[in-house]
Design a protein around this ligand. Structure first.
Ligand SMILES: Cc1cc2nc3c(=O)[nH]c(=O)nc-3n(C[C@H](O)[C@H](O)[C@H](O)COP(=O)(O)OP(=O)(O)OC[C@H]3O[C@@H](n4cnc5c(N)ncnc54)[C@H](O)[C@@H]3O)c2cc1C
Length: 409
């Protein structure tokens, strides 16, 4: 089918996952109308379509927490703004501690959150029981409750962001692959697609796990690697109700989310398995990977101890999909040091849905942002990014280790 592909745009965004669509949404909100987004297959077809949907707001640093908090606020109003359902539900979240160290950490995070107005309640086993009667709390010391946390449908959120962007003039092309990025050795100048060339002042790489190879083609280093990421959907869980908060059991690497009448049990297992070491297959779209039930089983057994009702419930779906991880569990977000006006927003370490907020755009696309996600000046952070990881490291091993650390990060 013939398409009306522009020959010029102020900015070209590569990738139509939640991150690319959020960048398009926010750029148009800032008044940039000459925005083009190119997606190789269909919107959400990479990692986004299978996100479990958790939208938590408390992270370990102030910047990351502010970003997640903004994102939750954005999602709360997105359906009313765009008319596109998002499945956003503010059910709250509960995080459990089974050791004094973990409790101390949760309390510290709660204090940090309160500094900028996020309501976090430190709770004891009795309050936890009343909020989550299904949980076995015999080893639980306490936890924290965040009433304003929630979950959403990642596909619908992405479509809503895309709709908002389109409404303000962005053009989104699907089934259109970027095959190369043009530059003059100093500055990016456009992209090559399988249906023609587009000149651009800015290019933003939001290609998820494909980003490393795409960027490497122009000498830009984006260290990330895909790892397997698992969840299981249980059906017929006795006592399950839609108003239950998302439950996080950090000490046993698992989380539990109400999912349309079922209970989704996800995990960051202690030894993650890298995926796609030979490159991400070109035709991978809305794809699942086989995974290994045996690998996931120990986490699942712990989960069944936490929620005894699972023992009598049925497994409706065992799911494994790939997500990209960075070696130190920080996003790659900002202008590349190697090429001017070439920005990167990738390596979301399995929290891309809850992180796809304003800073993704603000930090990514303002030519001089003041701070990166770790709170450092952006350009310095980038220089540091590349060096802190090193160029000859075993990315697979490091990404797998990083995935393991995600639950505690
Ligand atoms: C099992 C699982 C559960 C998860 N649960 C959660 C959760 O509960 N909460 C949360 O916050 N996060 C969760 N995540 C993580 C979240 O899904 C990701 O962080 C997020 O979807 C990443 O979005 P993205 O836009 O960076 O990548 P993607 O969704 O992969 O988008 C990248 C897009 O770029 C396109 N692309 C690549 N190369 C090109 C090219 N050359 N030309 C054009 N297009 C290109 C791809 O086709 C793809 O559509 C989960 C992930 C997994 C695997």
């Amino acid at each position: 089918m013939a398409i009306d592909l522009p020959t010029r745009a102020r900015v070209v965004i590569v990738g139509g996952g939640v991150i690319g669509c959020s960048v398009a949404y926010h750029l148009t909100k800032m008044g940039w109308s000459d925005v083009v987004l190119l997606e190789r297959k269909q919107l959400t077809s990479g990692t986004t379509w299978h996100a479990a949907g958790l939208v938590g707001q408390l992270r370990q640093s102030i910047n990351m927490t502010q970003l997640a908090r903004y994102t939750a606020e954005l999602y709360r109003g997105l359906e009313a703004e765009t008319g596109q359902a998002t499945g956003y539900r503010q059910c709250g979240s509960l995080s459990l501690a089974t050791t004094p160290g973990r409790m101390e950490e949760l309390k510290r995070n709660a204090s940090m959150a309160k500094v900028f107005g996020l309501a976090v309640n430190v709770v004891g086993p009795q309050e936890i029981h009343s909020l989550y009667p299904l949980a076995n709390l015999e080893d639980v010391i306490g936890g924290i409750h965040i009433p304003s946390d929630g979950y959403a449908n990642a596909v619908d959120i992405t479509q809503a962001l895309a709709k908002g962007a389109r409404g303000r003039g962005a053009r989104i092309f699907q089934d259109l692959k970027v095959t190369a990025i043009h530059h003059d050795g100093d500055r990016v100048s456009g992209v090559q697609t399988d249906r023609g060339r587009i000149e651009a002042d800015y290019v933003v790489l939001c290609g998820g796990m494909w980003t490393r190879d795409l960027a490497a083609g122009i000498g830009v280093t984006v260290p990330l690697h895909a790892c397997e990421h698992y969840y299981v959907l249980f059906q017929d869980v006795t006592g399950l109700t839609p108003d239950m908060p998302v439950l996080r059991d950090y000490d046993h690497c698992s989380y539990f989310k109400y999912d349309a009448g079922k209970l989704l049990v996800g995990a960051f297992e202690p030894h993650a398995r890298p995926w796609g070491a030979e490159g991400i297959p070109d035709d991978f779209s809305f794809g699942e990977i086989a995974g290994d039930f045996g690998h996931f089983e120990p986490v699942l057994l712990d989960a069944m101890r936490r929620i005894p009702a699972l023992e009598k419930a049925g497994i409706q779906k065992f799911f494994c999909g790939p997500e990209s991880f960075t070696p130190d569990v920080r996003y790659h977000l900002g202008e590349s040091t190697e090429l001017k006006n070439c920005f990167v927003a990738a390596g979301l370490n399995s929290i891309g849905l809850q992180s796809a907020g304003e800073s993704t755009c603000g930090e990514t696309c303002r030519s001089r942002s003041t701070a990166d996600i770790c709170g450092r000046e952006c350009r310095k952070a980038w220089g540091c990014c590349t060096r802190r990881i090193g160029l000859s490291v075993n990315m697979k091993r490091r990404a797998a280790r990083a995935s393991r650390r995600c639950m505690t990060a």
